[in-house]
Write a protein that binds this ligand. Structure first.
Ligand code: HEC
Length: 155
């Protein structure tokens, strides 16, 4: 009895195994009379933006409030490596990666735009942080970095 059930189970199991690599499917240019153009391939919906091609919104106005907010966000996201004073002596730097150069000697921090780009894309061994820092915060942090670069004076 047990063997019979075992065989039945095995038969049902094997019957369920299709050749998944060779099943019916549409290819990109196959005819499809019911779709516009008569093919499976369709134009992307109007306004579609390719990954990574989204045009950034305009930079926010740099106000004292924004710079203060940037100082706060800098403390969260950047001090571990760059240090509170921007000198490159954060606690993490020197352990998992080399010390960053002090902002006063930075090559890629000549303008707000450049600092925002470093935050978005990373530079050298520093990884990009666009996935965790929103657009306005990037500009706020950049404004604070400029402040550190200029020796603490407001830009
Ligand atoms: C995990 C450590 C780490 C964190 C966190 C980090 N950085 Fe960096 N950063 C580095 C290192 C290391 C470099 C040097 C990269 C290289 O030259 O290979 C660097 C380089 C830079 C530079 C360019 C310096 C130059 O010489 O041109 C800027 C600007 C910068 N970081 C800004 C930031 C800002 C702003 C944040 C916070 C949003 C941040 N970094 C967070 C490690 C870090």
């Amino acid at each position: 009895m047990r063997t019979a059930f075992g065989l039945l189970g095995m038969a049902l199991f094997l019957a369920g195994c299709d050749d998944m690599a060779n099943q019916d499917r549409y290819r990109t240019y196959d005819p499809a009379p019911d779709l516009p153009g008569g093919r499976t391939w369709q134009m992307p919906v109007e306004g579609t933006v390719a990954r990574g091609q989204l045009e950034s919104p305009a930079p926010p106005e740099i106000t004292p409030d924004l710079v203060a907010h940037g100082r706060d966000r800098y403390a969260v996201y950047c001090t571990p490596c760059h240090g509170a004073d921007g000198g490159g002596n954060g606690h993490v730097a020197g352990r998992t990666m080399p010390h960053p150069p002090p902002f006063t000697a930075a090559e890629h921090a000549a303008s707000l735009e450049e600092i925002v780009e470093v935050i978005e894309r990373g530079v050298g061994v520093m990884y990009p942080m666009a996935d965790r820092i929103g657009h306005a915060d990037r500009w706020a942090i950049a404004a604070h970095v400029m402040e550190l670069r200029n020796g603490g004076g407001a830009p």
